[in-house]
Write a protein that binds this ligand. Sequence first.
Ligand SMILES: *[C@@H]1O[C@H](CO)[C@@H](O)[C@H](O)[C@H]1NC(C)=O
Ligand SMILES: *[C@@H]1O[C@H](CO)[C@@H](O)[C@H](O)[C@H]1NC(C)=O
Ligand SMILES: *[C@@H]1O[C@H](CO)[C@@H](O)[C@H](O)[C@H]1NC(C)=O
Ligand SMILES: *[C@@H]1O[C@H](CO)[C@@H](O)[C@H](O)[C@H]1NC(C)=O
Ligand SMILES: *[C@@H]1O[C@H](CO)[C@@H](O)[C@H](O)[C@H]1NC(C)=O
Ligand SMILES: *[C@@H]1O[C@H](CO)[C@@H](O)[C@H](O)[C@H]1NC(C)=O
Ligand SMILES: *[C@@H]1O[C@H](CO)[C@@H](O)[C@H](O)[C@H]1NC(C)=O
Ligand SMILES: *[C@@H]1O[C@H](CO)[C@@H](O)[C@H](O)[C@H]1NC(C)=O
Ligand SMILES: *[C@@H]1O[C@H](CO)[C@@H](O)[C@H](O)[C@H]1NC(C)=O
Ligand SMILES: *[C@@H]1O[C@H](CO)[C@@H](O)[C@H](O)[C@H]1NC(C)=O
Length: 276
Amino acid sequence: MDLPFLLISLLIIFIFSAFPSSRCKEDANFTMCDLPYECGNVKNLSFPFWGDGRPQSCGHPGFRLRCERGEYPVMDINEVEYRVLNVSQENSTMTLARSDLWDSPCSPGPVNTTFTPPLFFNYTQGVVNLTLFYHCPELTFSPYNFTCPGDEGGTYFYNVSDFLPDVNQPNGLGACGGFVQVPVFEAALDELPNQDGLEDVTTALREGFGLNYTEFPLCRACEISGGRCGTSDSGETFYCFCRKGTEELVCPHDTAGVYSFVDYRERSQPVTIQFS
Ligand SMILES: *[C@@H]1O[C@H](CO)[C@@H](O)[C@H](O)[C@H]1NC(C)=O
Ligand SMILES: *[C@@H]1O[C@H](CO)[C@@H](O)[C@H](O)[C@H]1NC(C)=O
Ligand SMILES: *[C@@H]1O[C@H](CO)[C@@H](O)[C@H](O)[C@H]1NC(C)=O
Ligand SMILES: *[C@@H]1O[C@H](CO)[C@@H](O)[C@H](O)[C@H]1NC(C)=O
Ligand SMILES: *[C@@H]1O[C@H](CO)[C@@H](O)[C@H](O)[C@H]1NC(C)=O
Ligand SMILES: *[C@@H]1O[C@H](CO)[C@@H](O)[C@H](O)[C@H]1NC(C)=O
Ligand SMILES: *[C@@H]1O[C@H](CO)[C@@H](O)[C@H](O)[C@H]1NC(C)=O
Ligand SMILES: *[C@@H]1O[C@H](CO)[C@@H](O)[C@H](O)[C@H]1NC(C)=O
Ligand SMILES: *[C@@H]1O[C@H](CO)[C@@H](O)[C@H](O)[C@H]1NC(C)=O
Ligand SMILES: *[C@@H]1O[C@H](CO)[C@@H](O)[C@H](O)[C@H]1NC(C)=O
């Protein structure tokens, strides 16, 4: 046996042991959805998150992420873009901050916008509304003011409340050029008002706000059985992608067990699954 032949044989043996043949037959959906979402500091996200290289079928339509310059993911909610500061899949929570107000609150993108948590989302504890008012006529009212550099457009106010300007009151805050209502951590407002209104507001906005999202109990069951979760395009049909193909709920499992959960489509009804 000459040396090159031996090397090639060894190489072939190595290839076969490194990539067992079962891997070659792995279901395409399983392989695709096994790949986690990663962008900047946000790593190792699985279902319900998708976006960039991770197909929609591996997530839920409401959880699309887009990687911005390879640095951080963003998420669109009601046509407003939010920067995703972090995600804890362990706790089903994420921290978001409005992208257009990141550098400064002075030139908001979409004005007259509020934030309402979309379906499947809810605030974490200690989140309150911060309302910013732009280009107001000279007004004296209780809350706090900030000044935007190089802007002759009037006075700026902010307030911590759900209050929105009544456009029918020409002398009230309805006379302002616009407003933006954005959630922030209450703790970030403890410092307010401080010396520099603009800096205070910027700091509070950059800390973002916490949301928790529904755990998808169907997905828990699927993952426990060794599958990877996915949905149909509408998000209405759940799939469990297993190594050997798609299942409705769980993969055929070696270990028998009972797993009980609440089906998110019928929020109140517990469903019990038995692995056999
Ligand atoms: C992925 O799963 C979906 C839903 O079961 C199926 O329609 C599709 O054909 C699968 N794709 C591949 C490549 O297996
Ligand atoms: C990635 O997340 C999965 C669960 O979704 C976990 O089992 C795994 O340990 C994580 N990997 C890293 C490197 O954090
Ligand atoms: C998840 O929540 C626990 C308990 O509240 C906390 O100790 C832990 O730091 C949280 N993990 C992450 C990644 O946020
Ligand atoms: C959101 O959380 C609040 C309190 O934390 C609760 O009253 C409300 O029912 C929750 N909404 C949903 C949809 O879970
Ligand atoms: C969100 O988290 C808070 C605690 O941080 C909890 O009270 C609330 O029930 C959670 N809501 C959902 C929908 O998970
Ligand atoms: C902020 O106000 C909007 C309505 O103006 C409301 O839907 C939302 O739940 C409020 N957010 C918080 C954190 O209270
Ligand atoms: C707030 O308004 C007062 C009165 O017009 C002004 O003196 C002060 O500089 C303003 N503060 C900030 C932070 O813009
Ligand atoms: C400011 O917030 C307080 C309570 O948080 C509320 O009573 C007041 O009406 C608000 N003022 C304006 C102008 O929004
Ligand atoms: C925003 O609302 C103010 C009244 O609060 C109104 O004068 C202004 O035209 C609105 N701007 C837009 C872009 O809708
Ligand atoms: C997520 O980001 C926010 C804002 O930067 C920070 O306050 C919080 O501690 C972070 N949470 C985790 C688990 O990293």
